[in-house]
Design a protein around this ligand. Structure first.
Ligand code: CA
Length: 247
């Protein structure tokens, strides 16, 4: 990966903006900054960044709305930064299109770890070497055609606009089929950790998986009661719904 990776910091607080800028620079990013939501949306469109850190409390546009607007044109990995520890803010941020979140004050090392975990995840590109071995490069299930190589999901001839996190969760279920994946297993998968490593997963991280799964279900138009793809195993996690006979 020799191409330059671009980072965008959307933050109105100058000290935090500088802190995040330094962290991303040290992680090898070409970093741009924006101090308002509208400037951030414009920069995201123009720069096509790989990673965006997004403050929720911006002076002009609400951070949730900024995320929604960015998502119209970008598949950047969005880390929401919130000064408020309320879980609700986190969940709303993820519903608006965020991939991950950090609560201020955060340790620079923590931010760097999140960004680096993300960069180990494959990105939509021709980089087919990064296809996980456990899944076929092209797989079709109940009419949904998924290409792990080009990171696309096509349903009824239309390509779904999935965030990277949604795509990775879908891929995780396709890999293991009818085997149930726990929420903590899936949270570790998003951090690119092996699922038997037993690292700490918080309740909020598990809730985040639920929110991403809910977003994914909406985009698929899938049903909770009669799922074609995402089957909820109550109190445990998720697995791939069975293949339907008429498909
Ligand atoms: Ca702020």
């Amino acid at each position: 990966m020799s191409e330059v990776r671009v980072g965008l910091v959307i933050e109105d607080d100058q000290d935090i903006r500088e802190l995040v800028r330094v962290v991303l620079s040290q992680a090898g990013f070409d970093v741009h900054v924006a101090s308002t939501g509208s400037a951030g949306v414009t920069s995201a469109r123009e720069l096509n960044p790989d990673v965006i850190t997004l403050d929720l409390g911006l002076p002009d546009i609400d951070g949730f709305e900024v995320a929604r607007q960015i998502r119209k044109s970008s598949d950047a990995y969005i880390i929401m930064l919130t000064a408020r520890a309320e879980e609700l803010d986190t969940l709303m941020g993820l519903e608006a299109g965020g991939d991950d979140y950090l609560t201020k004050p955060f340790r620079p090392r923590e931010l760097r770890a999140r960004v680096e975990a993300m960069m180990r995840r494959p990105r939509a590109s021709s980089d087919s070497k990064s296809v996980p071995e456990a899944v076929d490069p092209e797989v079709s299930h109940n009419g949904l055609a998924v290409s792990a190589g080009s990171r696309t999901a096509v349903l009824n001839g239309t390509e779904l606009k999935l965030t990277r996190t949604e795509f990775d969760l879908l891929l995780a279920l396709l890999e293991t089929g009818r085997i149930v994946r726990t929420k903590s297993d899936l949270a570790r998968r998003l951090r690119n950790e092996p699922y038997d490593v037993g690292s700490y997963v918080s309740d909020a991280d598990e809730r985040a998986v639920e929110v991403h799964m809910g977003n994914l279900r909406k985009k698929l138009g899938d049903s909770i009661q009669a799922p074609r793809w995402l089957e909820t195993v109550r109190g445990v996690g998720y697995r791939l719904a069975p293949a339907s006979s008429n498909n």
